[in-house]
Each structure stands twice: as C-alpha cells, then as structure tokens.
Design a protein. Sequence first.
Length: 686
Amino acid sequence: MSASDDLFADPAAQPVPSKAVAKPKSQSKAPEPASAPTPIPASKADYTAADIEVLEGLEPVRRRPGMYIGGTDEKALHHLFAEVIDNSMDEAVAGFASWIEVELDADGTLNVTDNGRGIPVDPHPKFKDKSALEVILTTLHAGGKFDSKVYETSGGLHGVGVSVVNALSETLVVEVARNKKLFRQTFSRGITQGPLEHLGDVHNRRGTKVSFKPDHEIFGTKLRFRPEILMKMARSKAYLFGGVEIRWTCAPELLENLPEIPPKATFHFPGGLKDYLSASLGKQNFVTPEIFAGKTEKTGGHGAVEWAVCWYAGDGFSNSYCNTVPTPEGGTHESGLRTALLRGLKNYAELTNNKKGALLTADDVMTSAGALLSVFIREPEFVGQTKDRLATTAATRIVDQAVRDQFDHWLTNAPQQANRLLEWVVDRAEERLRRRKEKDVSRKSAVRKLRLPGKLADCSQNAKGDTEIFIVEGDSAGGSAKQARNRSTQAVLPLRGKILNVANASRDKLAANQLLADLTQALGCGTRKTYSDDELRYDRVIIMTDADVDGAHIASLLLTFFQREMPELIQNGHLYLAIPPLYRISQGGKTLYARDDAHKDELMETEFTGRGKIDIGRFKGLGEMLPAQLKETTMDPSKRILLKVQIIDNEPGETKDAVTRLMGNKPESRFQFIQENAEFATDLDI
C-alpha cells in the first residue's frame, strides 16, 4: 500500500470575494479613474522577436513527448510498439501482408517485420532530395493514410506515429524490400544518420522491417520493454484480424523469471473475437451457453463490424478496437453496441409480454457482460494522438445497425436461452432500483438510524459530491476538528482508542467491535461482498491522526481495516491521509508549520534566517491544536496537503500478502521483515 500526493490549489491564487455595500442614490459617486497598470519587471520587459523559439523537425516530440504518446512511463513506452505494429496491421487488413514478426532482442531492441508492400523509397515529389521513406520517418504529419486511396481503413491517420517512434528512439533502422530490391536507412533520435542505402537485389523477400531501441534520455535507464506486455499486444492483433499470422520471438535471457512466456510462438485465430472472448473468460459460469458473436462486411459502405458478447456471473468488461487500435476509453462504437443490445432485449421482452423489460437500462445489460467489439471504418476520429477514445459520430449508427438485427435473430431462435438472459438482466435492474431506493434515505434519517449522536458530526450537504469525513482519534481531537470543519461539506467521526487489528481477528470478533461498527455505519457502503460505491455517503474518507508514532499506528490499523474490508473504497480513490503538523515555528510576526523533523530543519534554514528569537513548539496531538490552527494546516482544502492512498501490486496479491505479514498474528514474520530491512532505517531516536 502506497500513498501519492493529491494536489490542492495554492491559497494565494484563490480569488477573494469582495463585499458589495448598497448606497442611496444621493450618495452615489462617479467611478474613480482606473489605477495605473503594474510596472513590468525589468527582467521581462525586453520581450522581442528573438525570444520566439521555433521548433523544427521532430524536436517538438522530444521536448514534449507526452503530447504524442501520453507521457514517458511504461504505458507510453509500449505505445511505441503499438504505433509500429499498427502500420503492419494496416498492410494486413488492406490485404497486402499475411504475416507479421515481432522480435525482442536481449539489448532491448524491438524488431517488427511484415511482408506487405514496403514503404516507398523513391524520391518524394515535394522533397526531391529525400526519399519518401526519409520523409515519413523525419516529418510530422507525413503518410499515406490521409485519404482512402491507399488504405480503405487504417489505424494510423495523423501521419505522426512512426516519426514519433523515430524521435524517441536511441537508434532506429528501417529495411525495405520492394520491387525485388533491398534498402536500409538508419536514424538516431529522429536525425538521419546517412543516405538511403541500396543493399542489393532480393528475390524472396518483400515488406518492411523496423528495428528500434527507445531512448534512455526520454524513458530513463531502468524502463524496459516487458515481454509479457508485448506478447499480449501482439496476440490481441491476431485475434482482431483472422487473416494475419503473428510470429513472436523473445531473447531467452529476458524470460528467466517469466516461465509462462514462450521464447517463440505463432498466433493465428480464424475465429476472431469469439475465440478471443472464449480464451479470456475461461471456465466462467455463463448465463447463456452460447456466445453471441457475429461479423458484417462493409456495413453501409463504411467498413466492417465484428463483435462477441456473453453474460456471466462476474463483473462485466468492454474491450473495443477501431481499425485494430485499442480504444480503452470506449467511444461512439461502444455506444452503438450498448444501444443495440438494450433495444434487442426490450423488444424481446415486449414480444414475450414481460412488462419488466421497461425497467432495463444499458448499464443493466452490460454490468455482467463480457464484450469485445472491433470496427473498421474510413477516416475515424479519435480523441488525442494516443487514440484512447473513438469520436466518430457515424460509428454509433454503423454498429447499431450491424448488431441489432442479428441480436434479434439470436434471441428469437433460442427462446429458452433468451428467457434466461432476460431474467438475468431484469434481476440486475431490480437490484439497481433497490439500491437507489435505499440511497434516497435522507442524511438526517441516516444519522438517527446509525444512533451516533455525539460521535458523528455530519455535514449538512445532502449530495455526496465533494463531501468528506474525517476519522480522528479521541474526543479531544474530535472536538477541535468539529469546530474547525466546514459544516456544509465536512463530517467528523471521533474513534476512542485504537481500533481492532482486523488482520488477526476472527469474523465474530470483528462483528462485535463497536468502533468498527460505528465506522461502517457512518460510511454506509457495506463491507466485502456487500460493498457498494454508490451507497458510500462521502466522496473522500480522510484518516486524520496525530503526527507521532501512536498516530501512525492508529493510521496503520485503519488502513488495514480498509484494505481487508473495503478494498474497492481504496481502488476507487476515496481514501486519504491527512498530514497534520508536528511543529509550530514562529519569529516575530511570522509563523510556519513543519510536518516532521526534516521539514522543520528545512524551514529553519530557508525561512528563519533573520535576527530575533525563534520559538519552536511541538504539538502533542490534534487535540492540543486550536481549531483555527487545525483548520489552517490540515482541514482547509485550499491550504492542506492530503496523501491519496492507492494499492499498487507489482505482482498479484502483493499488498494483501504484505499486510498479512506485517499486521498478522505471526510475530516472526515481522521480525524477519525488520531483519531484512534494518539497514534501510535512518534517524532512529534511541
């Protein structure tokens, strides 16, 4: 379990509302002349044409890589591979390539080869001193996909994909076999390293090979391609287009700790998305024994649609693609699928005289559905260069028309299966309505129901948005917090003493604990399988304990409780840690607060350098702080610092195992942890 900073606005930047005073007309005055403009500092006064910087070539990409690939993290790194393989997939979908090879070398170089037509190498008509290959690799917005003459459908549209990869690669080498001749050109960080080379004649080879190694100056020295991610991406492409074979190769030395990843594999799935969905869900308990899958060619003259949907006893998911490019944020094509499925079930309910069909919404239909959708359309519009969301309006209609008729036939041809599905979805709708009804209970009624007068000081705002509850230790701290809070949006729940350590407590003992019962009832969202994010009564749950060892222990116990009993509350971004000060430092009329010893030393060196006596006071706890001090330092959203709690598992179950090890009932596990990590401990008070 880790915490990351949650940023809040600088209080100095917040506008201060002015107070308007009404005056009689007889006292009104003419408006005063505007004050003189604030003088411009001398250091900024000399703003001339020489200060205007023009970035040429691929320099904008290297300066601001996030604009083109979304950042410089692991996801962005693997996006480079997506840009390259998408070009090869466009050749395959267009019918010019039958296989694609993906090879990861031991030094981190990634090679993508296809047997398509090959990038043109003849001189470009506009840049006669450069080949088309060099123009494509070194010029933004250069490519053959701006109209439908070369590619009827394609994943690359902006002409920036492979040039961005070139700009962000330490080395990039392109080989093109075209018209029985082999050519090669080398680049480094977007700059051509030499002319296009003619390597001779070839008679049994055609297509393009792109070999590139990401630049450590952009992505750092530790970030590397992960074989498991690359293989998954390559395999998904084979599922999306049954007419292509994808060959995977990885250096064995990169797979020492990845026994499930083969050094060589071939992916070819003629069954397409139906095979993909079946492999993804494995042995789930399906509502219907048959997967609803289908495919249409060139719907309305705008491309093709393929889908696979099934319903099962689990959380649903939707994975969509446009021209083989993943769209993780969905878009208009997913809207078309949801509309078609909802209308189909409603029509079937009307046909069978099931009046409960009128209750259904698209969310009821999709909440436990596994859905895969792939569309091929001309000139799609995406949101952003990373193409995470499809924005083409026509895609909704194309998918709706393609899916709706076939779904109607699928339902009517198997009445027993259709009735079972309809009953399943109606159950989801009734459950949704039941939760909404329970949620409609007013906040005052909820407090009376919880029987927490004198403990829970609730906020007055009825809507959940932007409300927060502070969990504090003890009545003394609770009293200060109640006076310091914003009564409209901030609630306070004091807990007396340390709560139960749920990591080593039985279910019966946990159920009998009054402190945890109070906390669970105040939040209103339930625990474990009964947890409902919709029923959570506050947008933020903030743990606010003393800035000492005891406070850290109480915070650890609360974090353990939330990780064990309400993990979704953490996963959905509702849990925070407040950072109260440990010291108050004042000199003359200047007062600052320090979070810990290191922060105190830093402030002493940077903020209190003048003459005069410096008073340093250490807070013994939140209850010792005046309400105004607590508000200023810890509770005011415009001035405070919060830590947002997140669960980050490098391996499945890593956090859960760590909590069990450190908070469980085996002291030898904690002793072993101390032995293993003692060398990293510093600044111990002995």
